[in-house]
Design a protein around this ligand. Sequence first.
Ligand SMILES: [Zn+2]
Length: 259
Amino acid sequence: MVQLAEISWSEANELLKKLDIAILPVGSTEQHGPHNPLGTDHLVAEALSKAVGDRTGVPVLPIIPVGISEHHRQFPGTLWVPHSVFRDYVKSVILSITTHGPRKILIINGHGGNEAALIEIAGELRREHNVFVAVLMAFPPTMVGEKSGHAGYGETSINLYFHKHLVKMERAVDTLQNEKLGPFTIKRLGSIGPAQFPWDTIDLSDSGVLGPAGELIVSTTASEDTGRALMEPFIEEVCKFVETLKKATLEDLLCKPHK
Ligand SMILES: [Zn+2]
């Protein structure tokens, strides 16, 4: 696997001329409960990107580790940039790599809060710059039910699988989510009665382990084996996708001409 940050410009010159594809990992640095590393979302995106790069030979660009995480700001160590700064920065990074060759870019994103901005710039790059950008969440779609939740059973297990030494299981907690905002009952995330409000994590969770209002989110039973069972089939699936993207002709992926 080639990581762009580890090769010289003369090696990059040989490599990028013959390749039209690259992987860009993106994530966040934000609280993930009292037991998981602040870097969880970017460390997982990076680990998945490296595993996929290893198996497919597609070069991996340097991680963008800070994203749109202001809703976690009451928890120490959380970093964030505004939506506009994030989207313009990621778009500029992608435009810079296209000048050297690759015009098919797979963003592997570890943080849900980045998704809307990434789809927005993918649209602009496709419509205005003839660059094809696909956006993929670094966490598998099989993380449902008890495996869902921010810093819960699933995410903690994935951390144990990829970087066990960074997880402090003795600090893990199970957290019952708050469902009160003043006189209102929080229904879904950010929903009170018929209205929406701009929720912060701390509105629902004192520990930072976050899930649906009123539910108990469990992280204490997380295990490395669960993390492996979640990630290994997903890594295979992402590799298949990358192989297809590798073979695809750029023109077939770009916007159709006007009727
Ligand atoms: Zn996360």
